[in-house]
Ligand binder design. Sequence first.
Ligand SMILES: [Zn+2]
Length: 422
Amino acid sequence: MPYLMIGIDDTDWEGGGCTTYVMYSFVKYLIKDGSINNVVGLPRLTRLNPYVPFKTRGNASLSIIIHVASEDEVANYVELMESLIDQMVKRVGKTSPGIAYMVINDLSNINERLLWFYRKSVRDMVTLDLARKVADKVNAKLVGGRGVIGALASLGFIPIDATFEFIAYRLEDEERPIIKPSDVKPWDDVTSHFTFLNIYDNQVLIEPHGPDPVLFGVRGDSPYHVLAMGNYLANKYNAIGWIIYITNQGTNDHRSRMSEFIPYRNVDLVGAITNVVFNDKGHAFIAFDNDRRAIAYRHLGISRELDGCVGCVVQAWGGVKLNGDFSLYIEGVRVLHDRYVEVRNPRCPVCGGPMESVGRSGILRCKRCGFQDRLPRVLVPRNRWFSVNPRASEYRHLMKPSERVGLEGLALYMPKPFLWVY
Ligand SMILES: [Zn+2]
């Protein structure tokens, strides 16, 4: 029996909407007409390259895989998606929704070109023209505007690492409730590390602030943990419904790990820091020995660490933006070699007391017993190999939180929960 893969993108607009809500509504229809059990796995939420200059508000695209029995069924599903987009999406500003779909017989044998297109869309710039060419090669159909790019990319999301998000929705015309830290903290404690980025100090991170219908989203590596926590909060804050997506969030999928500076890409930079200058806003401008420049914004909480690291060899990564020069906007830093060495006076060889230098002659004198001699100084390397990540409140969708390290790929071994949409 063949499968229909169908993806959507660009259905949110400046004043509201949310692409995940369109997919949620689609799934609700599947429940109504009794075909919900034909959904293979969980619907997929794919975030795309955050560094492209033109993007939708959440930069999210979605897709779903459904067992189908006939061509008629395929046409019905596509029609349903089209009519949902027509009803739900306000075509204002740059909003240009699109659908991509294809029918395949073997889910374990998906055209390599499609996987490549996903990787390119999450790390690089992609044109409508390229999307059309790839769609042609892989036998996918594109319907609509610019959104077809992200929609097609989402079809190619065959993860080697993934996470889950429990998204709860609210009535858009009602005022957004404020989720209390005291409701989030205990759940954060008991579900850690299978959920992440819930709360930072007393700042609730699961609640968006935009005009969209999302009430909150709980992210994690286990669908059961996001379900337990999300379900509690959904009841408490009167959600109108919820769904669990499998996502590429928190996977670092956007990192190219290339060192070549190409605008709008996330690249890696290895070099020795030669200078760090702070501007009046506290942002750090960092110069490297290979003539590369990088900027670390103050609010990320990274820049101060780099101040004491002039001379260190570091690996920094982030997006390359075209602001006059090609600067790297730092997302994270790893110190590969800490060259900082502290020079100390030795202890007195006679009594063990502290020693101080006498003038410029290089002679040391014991403060306690007065013993004097020309003694070698003691060199103490700091040897601080550290990595700096942004503070939790500054994480963007695709950036991997440090508490996820070691859990990569776990999501792929998690059975689909019996209950995943309400
Ligand atoms: Zn002494």
